[in-house]
Every structure is written in C-alpha cells, then in structure tokens.
Design a binder for this molecule. Sequence first.
Ligand code: ADP
Ligand code: ADP
Length: 239
Amino acid sequence: EFILEGKGLTQRYKTDTGCILTACRAVDVRLRKGETLGIVGESGCGKSTLLRILAQLERPAEGQLFFNGTEITFLKGESLRRHRCHIQMVFQDPAASFFPRMKAGEAITEPLRNFRRLSRQETRDKQDELLELVGLPKEYANRYPHSMSGGQRQRLGIARALALDPDILICDEATSALDVSVQRQIIELLADIQRQRGLSIIFVCHDLALVQLMAHRVMIMYLGGVVESLPGDQVWDQA
Ligand code: ADP
Ligand code: ADP
C-alpha cells in the first residue's frame, strides 16, 4: 500500500576534520500513492540527504528502500537508471539546471530525448501537453528560461520533471525562492496536477505554514532524525 517506503535510513559523511557526521539517523518514511508528504526542518537537519537517498541518487549506509513493496536498496546499473525515471525532482531554482542556451521547449523535452524514443511529432505533442499542464502558453516553447519570471521558470521545472510521467515528484525547496503570492500559485498547480494524475509528492520546505497548505502528512526532522510524523491538519495542535 506504500508506493515508497524507507526503513531505518541512515547516512554518514566524513567531515573536513575527519569526524563522522550522521546526516540522517534511522529514518522511517512512508509515502502512499496520491499522497503529499511534507518534510520540514531547519537548515542542516538532513532533509536533502534524505531526498537524495529516496531519489536513489546516493545509497544509504544503513537501512532499506522499497518501491511498491519491492526492495530497491541495491539496484545498480541499467535497472537503477530505469528506476530513477519513476522518481523525479523539482529544485529551488530550475533555471540553474537548464542549459542557458536551451529554449524552454527543448529544456522540458530533454528527458524524453534521453530516455524515450519518440518521433519529432510525438515530442512536439508532448511538449504542448506539458506546457498546457503547467499553465504556460505553447509559444513559450521558443523563449529562453532566463527571460521568464521565477514562477514561470518553476512551471518549466515542474513540466520537465513530469516529462517521463513519474509516479513520485520530489520538490526540494521548490517554492522557496519565489514571492509569497507566486508560492501559492505553484502549490495550487502541484495540487491540481496531483489530483489529475494520481501523483505522489514529497514536498520539502523550511516553512511549515507553506507545507501545511498541501501536505496530507507532515514529518518534522531535527538533527538527522524524525521528531514527529503527523496528519497535516494536526500540525498546529502539536506546535
Ligand atoms: P538540509 O537539507 O536539511 O539543510 P542536509 O541534508 O543538506 O540538510 O545536511 C545534513 C548535514 O549533513 C549537514 O550537517 C551537512 O553539512 C552534512 N552533509 C550533507 N551532505 C554532505 C556531504 N556530501 N559531505 C559531508 N557532509 C554533508
Ligand atoms: P529499451 O528498449 O531498453 O526499453 P530504449 O531502447 O528505448 O530502451 O532506450 C535506449 C536506452 O535508453 C536504453 O538502453 C537505456 O539505457 C535508456 N533508457 C530508455 N528508457 C529508459 C528508462 N525508462 N529508464 C532509464 N533508462 C532508459
């Protein structure tokens, strides 16, 4: 019943001074299909480390990871590459991850060129569909991301993350660089897309009020561990 489940996830890094730092300690995390899980915690508490483990960008020192009940902790090579398409990420500043000379249309369809074999027309149709999904006019395909507003660039970031039809979207401080009114628009967009597509979302943010706008459940991290995991509507009772 969980699309993604982590058990006892632990990660350690060696610091510059040679000490061992536990960035993530025995974290249990569960995500249901169609659910939004919010993860909150101050800077340095291990949120990004946990996300990298969940997105299979790095392997935990200890613990297990399951996708739809199948253990995926030790996937490697081609099966790992393939698995990663199920889980896509949206970052704080998508412009930073788009090649500066790439037009918006190319930027959002790049994952398709890398991972799917589509005809020119199919790619074109998918491009139009993605732009429409995130509320941008088709003509924006020919514009450069750096000529767009922060909110529009984040819409592109979301379109690009959805190009491969992932099951899970991981948003790492995806609204943190935006104006408050734009943050809400992006959150509404994510909630809409989630309802339309039955997507599961992990939404990481240092702003509890914002997380609470869309999260069904909220996990609070502190010093690498989970201190609370509650339904979204009970967060304020505990605070
Ligand atoms: P958050 O995303 O909540 O700000 P991070 O996961 O980025 O937290 O960091 C958790 C801790 O792990 C921090 O003390 C950070 O300095 C450390 N850390 C993260 N990544 C590395 C790394 N690759 N090498 C060494 N230390 C790291
Ligand atoms: P296949 O026929 O093996 O499903 P394609 O021939 O369409 O894959 O794609 C060529 C290469 O692109 C594959 O060998 C693989 O490396 C990569 N690739 C294609 N689809 C995916 C995917 N969903 N996830 C990861 N890699 C993929």
